[in-house]
Design a binder for this molecule. Structure first.
Ligand SMILES: O=C(O)CCC(=O)C(=O)O
Ligand SMILES: [Fe+2]
Length: 290
């Protein structure tokens, strides 16, 4: 029997989201994003998408447009990254403590989370199905594996079976490395504009084939553990003056943060200091003699 994707309402709690994600590896939250945010995203991203070229390989697609650097292109990217069920679930599932010895002390340290990749993916008519994959293959994860990536796909237009709704294999997040994903178990994440698919880095999925006569547009943001390299280089993607205009939580999610105990330091200090107006001092990060 073909599995299904659980659908939750926008009032779903982080507990519920985590429970379903751990069980199924993916779910849909219907009508999570309001009209005004959707409209703002289209205003900010639509013109660039119109001018954008298609991809040029089998993974990125040949009839698919991919627009990245979203935190440089639209402030609404922050609204999506901060959706409580998405960020809350990512924090809960990724920030799991790991025991280490610090001298004679057994201490538990948990990673922080950070934004990994941001992209609008617009699949045009006659695009074929993308091959099923795990997104955390970019970090060469082997399975079984702790959860290190949680991802969201916002439907900026309706997602249907005909127009290329993301294909998801529920339950595939627990498959071992030697087990290939079962194509016949892939379910299209059909959802209306404003709804979101959330899935784990280990869940097999892929862009669906577009057999309709119009494009399908989705916006994706992934969260990963802070001790992994960001897939999209956010320090190059988002100019620092744009980073400065975001709230501190977003700045830290973009990578201006350390992962416990001290990964990512700059001048032996918290890299967030480069965004603050601090006088240069020894050990400070805002300048001074090196
Ligand atoms: O566009 C989609 O529905 C999914 C695309 C995808 O999974 C990817 O490019 O990694
Ligand atoms: Fe993917």
């Amino acid at each position: 029997m073909k599995p299904t994707l659980t659908r939750l309402s926008p009032s779903a709690s982080v507990d519920e989201v985590c429970e379903v994600l751990e069980r199924d590896g993916g779910l849909i939250i219907e009508n999570l994003v309001d009209e005004a945010t959707l409209k703002g995203l289209w205003e900010d991203l639509g013109p660039a998408l119109d001018d954008w070229d298609y991809g040029d390989n089998d993974f990125a697609g040949h009839r698919t447009k991919r627009l990245s650097s979203l935190f440089a292109r639209t402030r609404h990217a922050a609204t999506i990254a901060l959706l409580p069920q998405f960020l809350g679930a990512a924090r809960r599932l990724i920030q799991r403590p790991v025991p280490v010895w610090m001298g004679g002390q057994r201490v538990e340290l948990a990673p922080n989370v950070q934004i990994s990749a941001t992209q609008v993916i617009q699949i045009w008519p006659d695009e074929g199905a993308q091959w099923l994959h795990r997104d955390d293959m970019s970090h060469l994860r082997t399975y079984p594996s702790p959860i290190s990536r949680v991802q969201l796909m916002l439907a900026m237009s309706d997602f249907t079976t005909e127009n290329g709704a993301t294909l998801v294999v529920p339950g595939s997040h627990t498959l071992g490395d030697e087990e290939p994903p079962a194509k016949d178990q892939a379910v299209p994440a059909e959802m209306t504009a404003g709804s979101c698919l959330i899935w784990l880095g280990g869940t097999y999925h892929g862009g669906g084939p577009n057999r309709s006569d119009g494009p399908r547009t989705g916006l994706t943001i992934s969260m990963i553990a802070g001790n992994m390299r960001q897939e999209e280089n956010q320090f190059l993607a988002v100019p620092v003056e744009k980073v400065r205009a975001y709230p501190e939580e977003v700045q830290r999610l973009l990578g201006y943060d350390t992962c416990p105990p001290f990964l990512g330091w700059y001048e032996s200090a918290d890299p967030h200091l480069v965004l603050q107006d601090k006088p240069a001092a020894a050990g400070d990060v805002t300048g001074g003699e090196r």
